[in-house]
Structure formats: C-alpha cells, structure tokens
Design a protein around this ligand. Structure first.
Ligand code: ZN
Length: 345
C-alpha cells in the first residue's frame, strides 16, 4: 500500500478546504483502516469551510475534515477479531470514552467526552480513514455506498423521529433541509397519519415532496392553520420535530401542538433565543433535545428500515468525483441542494 493519500484538509485558518497529500493513518491494535469510497457533505463541513466562529473555536487546523462516509475495511488492528478485510462499512463518527457514568450505563451517545472525526480528530474526507473497530457499522449488500455515506445524517433524522411514538399521530416538521426531509420519510414509514413539513425555501419543499409522502407548507406564503383545516386536523399536531434552529419556526410549532404535545429539537438556534415558557407550561408540552445518534440502536433501526422499504435515495441531489469537491461545496452553500455525495473511488 502507498503511504500517502489524497485528503481534503482545513490547512489554513481561513475560508476553504484544500486537497493535500497526507500520510495514510497508522492504526492501533483496536482500530481498522477503511478505504473510503463515498462521503457526504454535512452542514458541519460548511461551517468548517466558512471558518465561522464555531469552527474557529472547535476545529484544530490543519485537520482532515468529513465524517459521513462509506467504504471498505482494508486492514485490521491485532485485537480486532469480529470484522474482516473486504467488509463494506460505514461507521459512527463520534469517538466515545468508556469512563463516564453514561458510557458505563451503555448510553454511549450521551458520553460527555465524545470527540468527532472531521471536527476534533482526523476525518473521513480522505482515501483512508482510521476508525476504532467499535465504531464500525458493516453494510448489508442491499444498502449501497451512496446511502452508506449518508447514514450519519439519516441517523440524526431517525434518532429525532423515533424520540416519540408516531403511530397514528399527526407530525409537524419545521425545516426542510436533508435531515428534516429524511425525518419526514421516517415518520411516514413508521405510521404517522399526517406529516407536514414547513420551510420558506421552495426548492427544499419541492424536494421534500419528491422524497417523502408529506404535505409541504411554505410558511412565507401559506397559513399553517389553513393547511391544518384542509387536513381536517381539529386540535393540533401531536408531535413536533424542530430541524431549523429558527425561533419563529419553534414558536409556530408550539402554537400548532395539541395540549400535551411532544417536541424533539435537533435544530441549533444561533446563540440564545427567547422562548415563551409559560405557553409551554400551560400546554403541558414535553421537550427533548437530540444529539447525534443512539450508538448503536439508531444504526440498527435505520438499516432495518432501509431493508424494509424506507427510501431516502432521492434526498441525494448532487454527486461529484472528489476532484470537483469545490462544486459540491458550492451546491451545498447555495442552500438549494439536498445531500451532496463525493466519490473517492
Ligand atoms: Zn453530518
């Protein structure tokens, strides 16, 4: 094997990413080396590209970015006995410790020591990725690499959507980005009655309607209450999934919920934002913050759902060979794309 590889790196503390020759990672006894075939560009990667305040505070440049990937195991650490060379895989990009109370209770996704590949540690935008064997999720033959490369954000969608029982429920999703759209597909798949998704971006609402059997609502032009009337919803939504981080969207969601409604929050508001807590108290609303994916229950559930008919393939709107990565990032930064997948093979 060669000892250098191509990688997309945040080489300089300024806007952009750079294609560099980097050393192929050396693996430890409990790691595997993965040859990366496909990667997804995440909103997080856009923050890193832009080098905004969050990225400057969080990301140690130089760093290989990227955390959404599918590939193939090409080398095993000497303690790794339960995986094989040649196995196709994706993997959990959150590297957890095993000492916190939450980890020792098996709630790995709640470990406060979590470090992220492509954010705090060398990432997946590279020909080769080192990953602890613990983090590997093998892919069945019927899950192609394109989908394998977006299991990380699909996992966010599944984790959020499965926060509450959706069977027979009316579900409001605010924010029609790729994760909101995939959450809508999941809500429909698991048996929600009405699934309404709101945004103010017409391209994203069109994409939502193509990917999932949902009612898209442009809240800049349409009145959500009117749409609820057309759907003959008399009381309100049972469950809200907040995917936008937008203050007005959350306010509208709280107003549109039934008494005793439940809300899962994945969207991250910029800074602090005012919340009408008395409204939440008097409506007896339950709120849950969602971080990452449940390790590995979300992975199990999403792969099982993909195998029994959940179809999110159309959320991928752009595919580029990695040499054209700048076009991929431009598509993402335009705000008009779904998921963008880069091909490393
Ligand atoms: Zn991501």
């Amino acid at each position: 094997m060669l000892n250098t590889m191509k990688a997309l790196e945040k080489s300089h503390p300024e806007q952009g990413l750079w294609m560099v020759d980097a050393p192929v990672p050396e693996i430890g006894p409990d790691d595997v080396l993965i040859r990366v075939n496909k990667t997804g560009i995440c909103g997080t990667d856009i923050h890193i590209w832009e080098w905004d305040d969050w990225a400057q505070r969080t990301v140690p440049a130089p760093l290989i970015t990227g955390h959404e990937f599918a590939g193939e195991i090409v080398e095993l650490g000497r303690n790794v006995t339960d995986l094989q060379i040649g196995q196709r895989c994706s993997g959990e990009g959150h590297l957890i410790g095993h000492h916190s109370r939450q980890s020792r209770a098996g709630k790995f996704h709640l470990d406060p020591e979590t470090r992220g590949i492509g954010v705090n540690e060398q990432g997946a935008f590279a020909e080769y990725l080192r990953l602890p064997a613990f983090n590997v999720v093998t892919l069945p033959d019927d899950v192609p690499d394109d989908i394998g490369a977006i299991l990380d954000p699909l996992g966010n969608a599944v984790h959020t959507a499965l926060s509450f029982d959706l069977v027979g429920e009316d579900v409001l999703i605010t924010g029609a980005g790729p994760i909101g759209i995939m959450a809508a597909a999941v809500a429909r798949h698991v048996g929600a009655r009405h699934v309404v998704i709101t945004d103010i971006n017409p391209a994203r609402l069109d994409l939502a309607a193509r990917v999932a059997d949902v009612t898209p609502v442009n809240v800049a032009q349409q009145d959500l209450r009117e749409v609820m009337g057309q759907l003959r919803m008399t009381e309100g939504f049972d469950v809200g999934l907040e995917m936008s981080g937008n203050q007005q969207a959350l306010d509208q969601m709280i107003e549109a919920l039934v008494m005793g409604g439940r809300v899962a929050l994945l969207g991250v508001p910029p800074g602090k934002s005012p919340v009408d807590w008395s409204r939440i108290v008097f409506k007896a609303i339950t709120i849950k913050g969602v971080y990452g994916r449940e390790i590995f229950e979300t992975w199990y559930k999403m792969i099982a759902m993909l195998q029994n008919g959940l179809n999110v393939a159309d959320v991928i709107t752009h595919r580029f060979p990695v040499a054209d990565f700048a076009e991929g990032f431009a598509a993402m930064r335009s705000g008009q794309s779904g998921k963008v997948v880069l091909n490393w093979a």
